[in-house]
Ligand binder design. Structure first.
Ligand code: UDX
Length: 450
């Protein structure tokens, strides 16, 4: 099928490249011309595992193209995927202005009927507004639009695998014809007939995905409800961690045993610095606002948010307790990205931490395998180091802020020798406390006995 993708961010690029990979002809567009220029020069504006190979191959095959001419993209696609950003407004509501702009674009540029697929995360009932907008903006064109909701469940860092091997594909439709078209688009994924671009060892051994067909409103709600529930699990684990610290229990032991109950499940129970990134924090916020406006008491989610905000306060309390005064103290920071395997720093705990450490006069030397360039744009005056050891050099404390696996495998003897004071503040429970203390480090982590 000929498909247009509007928006070349994390979601749009992965969607466009993977749809081309499974056999469609895809044209991607973005209103940031520099991004299109970068993509046409064969480079990626973001880091996402496995994406570069897929983009390069599908471009070479001619199945994936990039254009700054959005009108042309819209006219080419029988189906148009909306993958633009919906960032939070001051109020916490999702900013839907980009969706409105895209509706105007599609309505005025289309010359034939289109299936309009809402992939961006939007509050429930946006599909209805989108339908209305397309009808109003396109009232002179005589073109028909069908709107469907098809939320993404892509995790940054494993987005390509999540797209190609999903556990479920949710489509919110209001007629059978739209459902048929979406089945056609996703058929190679549903019956797994596409040729896997990854080496055998990396291919997930998971069951075939289920296609879940719902109303448009339900599909929109599924996305917010899923992400808010994941956030709730994390905040629950973090509140448990506080309790464990007070009562001298070990949160890792508690959540491990809890997770073995299939009704609970092991994932998203990792205590630490809390959830960040561009999805969970904003989706929880938007969901709270949505419930408020609908007149439903969902204070449970406010508590989820409050617990999460407290994580940085708590970590700073641990830091102050260990270091006493922060002014002029040299701190090494390992990890800036909001989680491992991404260069994304949006709503990353590290950003909040840097701001507050600098405000107290601490000096930071930071290292991250992927996220230093992006952080430099926000904090040009931090010292960014060539590796982990250089960040530890002369430091009075070493903070572990992102759970990159490579931090686990450091030569800790070397780190020990490099530091001015061997103090580790492990915000992600990445290291083994007994081992670290055995080596002579003063070691603090989250929710584990001191
Ligand atoms: C999330 C959803 O998982 C995905 O389905 C949705 O489409 C987009 O939002 P992502 O933002 O990429 O994906 O990150 P995710 O892997 O879900 O992690 C979110 C945050 O929670 C990270 O900051 C992570 O460090 C934190 N986290 C996760 C924990 O603190 N503890 C955990 O146990 C799990």
């Amino acid at each position: 099928m000929k498909i247009a993708v509007i928006g070349c961010g994390y979601v749009g690029l992965v969607t466009g490249a993977c749809l081309a990979e499974i056999g469609h002809h895809v044209v991607c567009t973005d209103n940031d011309e520099a991004k299109i220029h970068t993509l046409n020069a064969g480079k990626l504006p973001i880091y996402e595992a496995e994406l570069d190979g897929i983009v390069a191959r599908t471009r070479a095959d001619g199945r994936l193209t990039f254009t700054a001419n959005a009108g042309e993209a819209v006219r080419t696609g029988e189906a148009v995927f909306i993958c633009v950003g919906t960032p939070p407004l001051e109020t916490g509501d999702a900013d839907l202005s980009a969706i409105d702009n895209v509706a105007r674009l599609i309505a005025t540029e289309a010359r034939s009927s289109k299936l309009v697929i809402e992939k961006s995360t939007v509050p429930v009932q946006t599909g209805q507004q989108l339908k209305r907008a397309l009808a109003v903006y396109g009232r002179h064109g005589g073109v028909e639009f069908q709107v469907v909701s098809n939320p993404e469940f892509l995790r940054e860092g494993t987005a390509v695998l999540d797209f190609l091997y999903p556990d479920r594909i949710v489509v919110g439709v209001d007629n059978g014809e739209a459902e048929k078209k979406l089945r056609e688009i996703y058929r190679p994924i549903l019956d797994r007939s596409f040729k896997c671009p990854l080496p055998d060892a990396m291919r997930p051994k998971v069951p075939l995905p289920t296609l879940i067909v719902t109303t448009i409103n339900s599909a929109e709600l599924i996305k917010h409800a899923s992400n808010s529930f994941l956030a709730l699990k994390i905040s629950y684990a973090n509140a448990l961690a506080d309790l464990c610290e007070r009562l001298n229990a070990n949160v890792e032991e508690v959540t491990r045993a809890m997770g073995m109950d299939p009704r609970i499940g092991p994932q998203f129970l990792k205590a630490g610095l809390g959830f960040g990134g561009f999805c969970l924090p904003k989706d929880v916020q938007a969901f709270i606002r949505l419930a408020e406006k609908a007149g439903v008491d969902f204070t449970l989610l406010k508590e989820v948010e409050r617990i999460n905000k407290r994580r940085i306060d708590h970590y700073l309390e641990i830091t102050r307790h260990a270091l006493w005064v922060l002014k002029d103290k040299q701190i090494g920071m390992l990890g800036l990205a909001f989680k491992a395997n991404t260069d994304d720093i949006r709503f990353a705990p590290a950003m909040d931490l840097i701001k507050r450490l600098l405000a107290e006069g601490a000096k930071i030397a930071a290292y991250d395998p992927e996220a230093m360039e992006r952080t430099r744009a926000l904090y040009p005056n931090l010292r960014y180091t060539k590796d982990e050891y250089a960040a530890a050099e002369g430091a009075e404390a070493l903070m572990i802020v992102t759970e990159w696996t490579q931090f686990k495998q450091l030569d800790w003897e070397r780190v020990y020798k490099a530091m001015a004071r061997p103090l580790i503040l492990d915000g992600r429970n990445l290291l083994d406390p007994a081992k670290m203390r055995g080596m002579g480090f003063e070691y603090h982590s989250v929710g584990r006995p001191e």
